[in-house]
Design a binder for this molecule. Structure first.
Ligand SMILES: *Cc1c(COP(=O)(O)O)cnc(C)c1O
Length: 393
C-alpha cells in the first residue's frame, strides 16, 4: 500500500517518533508488540465482541433521502454518532485498553481537549477496572464542565493543567511528562492518529472498522462496495483515517477532508492545519503544523472543540501533500448552517465537528448518479448550548 507507514513509521516525509530518550523503552515495547497483539486471535475476538456488544457496532449506513434530494446526489451517512458515548472515539479507546491489558499495564493516562476523548477513556477504564488519570487544560476544565463531571462519575482523576494556554496542547505535554515519570506501569491512551510512531498507525487500525463496515454496507445497499466521494472532518484525523482506510489505494474514491476554518482561513482565528501548516514536530511526530515565523506553535481556533488542534496526523499531511485527499475548510458559520440543515432534513443533530464535514457538501459537485458517504463522526448533544446561542433557537 502506498499510504501505509514504512519501517520507521513514516508516511512519506511525515510521522516518525521524535521522543525524549526516557520514553524509548515504552515506545519500543509498544512498537515491537502492537501488530502481533492486534493480529492475535485472542485480541481480535475481545475487540470484536466489545465493539459489537458494548459500543453497539456495526453502526448503520443510512441513506439520507432528503439531503440527497437537496444536493441532487446520493448521500449516505455512516452513523458513528450512534456509538456508546456518542462518537467514533470509543473504537479507539476499546482497542487501546485491550492493548494496555495485553502489555500488562494497569495505570492509564490520557489527554483531552473538549473532554470527549477523556470520557471515552474513563469509560473503558471503568469497564475494565483500571486507574485512569486524565490531563486537561485548566481553561477546558472550566469550559467543559459536563464532561469533567462525567469523567469523575466514571471514576477518573481529572488533572487541570495550568501551563501555556491551558488547552489541549498543554494537556498533551503534561501527559507525556507523566509518562516519562512513570514509564513502567503506565499506558498512554492517545486520542487520535497523532503522536509518535506507532500511535498513528495503531489508532488508524482500530478506527478502520469504519471503512470495513462501509464497504459491506454499500455493497449491500447499492451493489457497489465503494463511494465516489468519502467525506470526513479532520481534527487529529482519526475518524477520517478510519473511514478512508480500506479505500486509501482505491483511486476511484475521492477522499475529502474537512478542516475548521474558524472565522476564515486567513483570519488568524482558524484551525485549517493542512491548508496553512508548515512541516514541524509536535508531540513526537513530524507533520503539518500551524506555526509562526519563529516556529512557535500557533493557538488554533474553531467553534468546535474537537477540531482545534494545531497539528494533524502524519497520514493526513501525506494524503494532502500527495493530492490523494482534497482538503476543504468550513467556517464556524458554514458548519452551524450545515448542522441545522442536517437536523431539519434528516432529524439528526450532528456534533459541531461533524457539521464541518456536512458543510463541505456545498463545496463539492457530485453527479446525480454518484454516491457520497459522509462519516457522521458524532452526535450534537454536547454542542446544544452553542447551537442554541448561535442559531438563536
Ligand atoms: C474528537 C472528535 C472529532 C475529531 O477527532 P478526529 O481524530 O479528527 O476524528 C471529530 N468528530 C467528533 C464527533 C469528535 O468527538
Amino acid at each position: 500500500m502506498g499510504f501505509e507507514i514504512d519501517q520507521k513509521g513514516f508516511y512519506g516525509e511525515f510521522g516518525g517518533a521524535y521522543i525524549p530518550e526516557m520514553l524509548y523503552p515504552n515506545i519500543r515495547e509498544l512498537e515491537e508488540n502492537y501488530l502481533k497483539i492486534i493480529g492475535s486471535e485472542q485480541f481480535r475476538e475481545q475487540f470484536r465482541r466489545l465493539l459489537q456488544d458494548y459500543a453497539g457496532r456495526p453502526t448503520p449506513l443510512f441513506r439520507a433521502d432528503r439531503l440527497s434530494e437537496h444536493y441532487g446526489t446520493n448521500i449516505y451517512l455512516k452513523r458513528e454518532d450512534l456509538n456508546h458515548t456518542g462518537a467514533h472515539k470509543i473504537n479507539n479507546t476499546i482497542g487501546q485498553i485491550l492493548m494496555a491489558r495485553h502489555l500488562g499495564k494497569r495505570r492509564i493516562i490520557a489527554e483531552t481537549g473538549a473532554g470527549q476523548h477523556g470520557v471515552a477513556t474513563a469509560t473503558v477504564c471503568a469497564l475494565t477496572g483500571v486507574n485512569c488519570i486524565v490531563y486537561m487544560g485548566a481553561l477546558d476544565v472550566e469550559r467543559q464542565s459536563p464532561n469533567v463531571k462525567k469523567m469523575k462519575m466514571l471514576g477518573a482523576e481529572v488533572v487541570p493543567v495550568h501551563s501555556g494556554n491551558k488547552t489541549l496542547k498543554d494537556a498533551t505535554n503534561e501527559a507525556i511528562r507523566d509518562w516519562i515519570n512513570h514509564p513502567v506501569e503506565t499506558y498512554y491512551i492517545i486520542g487520535s492518529v497523532v503522536g509518535p510512531h506507532p500511535y498513528p498507525d495503531m489508532v488508524t487500525r482500530f478506527q478502520s472498522v469504519i471503512s470495513e463496515e462501509i464497504r459491506l454496507q454499500l455493497a449491500e445497499k447499492t451493489g457497489r462496495d465503494f463511494p465516489d466521494y468519502l467525506v470526513a472532518c479532520v481534527g487529529g484525523g482519526s475518524n477520517a483515517a478510519g473511514a478512508y482506510y480500506h479505500y486509501l489505494d482505491d483511486e476511484r474514491v475521492r477522499l475529502i477532508s474537512a478542516e475548521a476554518a474558524g472565522m476564515g482561513v486567513n483570519s488568524g482565528q482558524t484551525a485549517a492545519t493542512s491548508l496553512l501548516g508548515r512541516t514541524g514536530i509536535i508531540h513526537g511526530s513530524r507533520t503539518l503544523l500551524m506555526q509562526d515565523e519563529d516556529g512557535q506553535i500557533q493557538e488554533p481556533y474553531s467553534i468546535s472543540a474537537g477540531l482545534d488542534y494545531p497539528g494533524v496526523g502524519p497520514l493526513h499531511s501525506w494524503l494532502a501533500k500527495t493530492g490523494r485527499s482534497t482538503v476543504y475548510a468550513a467556517t464556524d458559520e458554514e458548519a452551524l448552517q450545515a448542522a441545522l440543515l442536517c437536523t431539519r432534513k434528516e432529524g439528526i443533530i450532528p456534533a459541531l465537528e461533524t457539521a464541518h464535514a456536512l458543510a463541505v457538501l456545498d463545496k463539492i459537485t457530485p453527479g446525480k448518479e454518484e454516491t457520497v458517504v459522509v462519516n457522521l463522526s458524532g452526535r450534537g448533544d454536547k454542542d446544544m448550548e452553542t447551537y442554541i446561542n448561535r442559531l438563536s433557537l
